[in-house]
Design a binder for this molecule. Structure first.
Ligand SMILES: Cc1ncc(COP(=O)(O)O)c(C=O)c1O
Length: 386
């Protein structure tokens, strides 16, 4: 059909720029080694940081919930989809986050695109870190508030923008807790101080810190020992928790308003019972298993040191996310392909997920990687040094 010809033209343009994406089919669970395109490869591209998506207790809880509640929620939460598994999970989340209440959404993307337009709209100002996640950027767009982007983790720049913001009705600062493609941690104590001084709200996206940082793995805010009452925490159940879903943890009043007004909460079906039960059990495992976090950080340190010794350039990550910066999209893709041939799956991340000229391999270790798998990964990198 002629009216659709532009689709091929657009795909060809992406190919030309080295930015075309292709789906790969994984034929096994996301453990340290996966079956991909007919062979076993070490997985360095998963957010299943603690290996909980295959934890026996978590799987048992998911099976049990399916037996008791069926496979789907069969309704939006405000109609008939709000079963008791939600109540249990949200109480567990609020306990973990040390907040009055928590509300679960169908994904982290839905949580961010829902809450930001509730917290800020026309006449308000949003201050957003330059490297915030796409779901935050989209939430800001939906809000119709004025948005100003401050330089990555630059608190002085944030302060300067806030000092000119008196004409706005409300101010909202939003930042990733752990930056998803860089692995560094936002300077939350300084940001919180500035937010308090300028009477701005602070929303922290803890997608990559939850389960991993802070006492009992409760996240970036806990990592810094900050007051959980003064900070709105968003997170996801799809990464260290090993399931699916997003959440907002904060005051009872905030949760009430979200239940009444958040479009990404109201106009969608509830999560499957298996997912809710898996997430709830995973939270218990996270709280009682500090050894998983120790192993995760020990693997991260080991891999980071080995790659630096081999001459690779890594961004100064403080977490399980290790970015090996390579520059052009083509270079990142070529090295990812060479690594795959060596039995190591380290996906290339290209614009728009990262800024131009900073295409990279975003490596993520898992607590459940074996020493042998980490050694195999290092040997793969040694074999393909550019
Ligand atoms: C920082 C950040 N926020 C939000 C999300 C969205 O979470 P979810 O995958 O649960 O939609 C992600 C993950 O893709 C993320 O990395």
């Amino acid at each position: 059909m002629e009216s659709h010809d532009w689709l091929d033209t657009e795909c060809a343009a992406l190919e030309q720029a080295g930015l075309r994406r292709h789906l790969r089919t994984v034929m096994s669970a996301p453990t340290g080694t996966i079956h991909l395109d007919g062979r076993d490869v070490v997985l360095l591209g998963s957010n299943n940081y603690l290996g909980l998506s295959t934890h026996p207790q978590v799987i048992t809880a998911a099976i049990e919930a399916t037996r008791n509640f069926g496979t789907g929620a069969s309704g939006s939460r405000l109609i008939s989809g709000n079963n008791e598994l939600y109540t249990t999970l949200e109480a567990n989340l609020a306990k973990t986050k040390n907040t009055e209440a928590a509300l679960v959404f169908s994904s982290g993307y839905a949580a961010n695109t829902s809450i930001i337009p509730i917290l800020a709209s026309e006449g308000d100002l949003i201050l957003s870190d330059a490297l915030n996640h796409a779901s935050i950027i989209d939430g800001c767009r939906l809000s119709r508030a004025t948005k100003k982007v401050y330089r990555h983790c630059d608190v002085e720049h944030l302060k300067a923008l806030l000092s000119e913001s008196t004409a706005f009705r409300r101010r909202l600062i939003v930042t990733d807790g752990v930056f998803s493609m860089d692995g560094n941690i936002a300077p939350l104590p300084d940001i919180y101080e500035v937010a308090t001084h300028y009477e701005a709200m602070l929303l922290v996206d803890d997608a990559h810190g939850f389960g991993v940082l802070g006492k009992d793995g409760s996240g970036t805010v806990a990592h810094f020992g900050l007051d959980s009452e003064g900070i709105i925490q968003m997170g996801t159940l799809s990464k260290a928790v090993g399931a699916l879903g997003g959440y907002i943890a904060g005051s009872r009043a905030l949760v009430e308003l979200l239940i009444n007004k958040a479009r990404g909460f109201i106009f969608t079906t509830g999560l499957p019972p298996a997912t809710l039960a898996a997430a709830n059990t995973a939270l218990d495992v996270i709280r009682s298993s500090p050894e998983l976090r120790q192993r995760l950080f020990s693997h991260a340190e080991h891999l980071k040191t080995a790659l630096i010794n081999l001459g690779y350039t890594l961004l100064p990550s403080e977490t399980q996310i290790l970015p090996v910066v390579l520059g052009s999209p083509q270079r990142a893709t070529n090295i990812a392909d060479a690594l795959l041939a060596e039995g190591v799956f380290a996906p290339a991340i290209r614009p728009p997920a990262v800024p131009p000229d900073t295409s990279r391999l975003r490596l993520a270790v898992m607590a459940t990687h074996t020493e042998t798998e980490i050694h195999k990964a290092i040997a793969g990198f040694a074999a393909v040094i550019p």
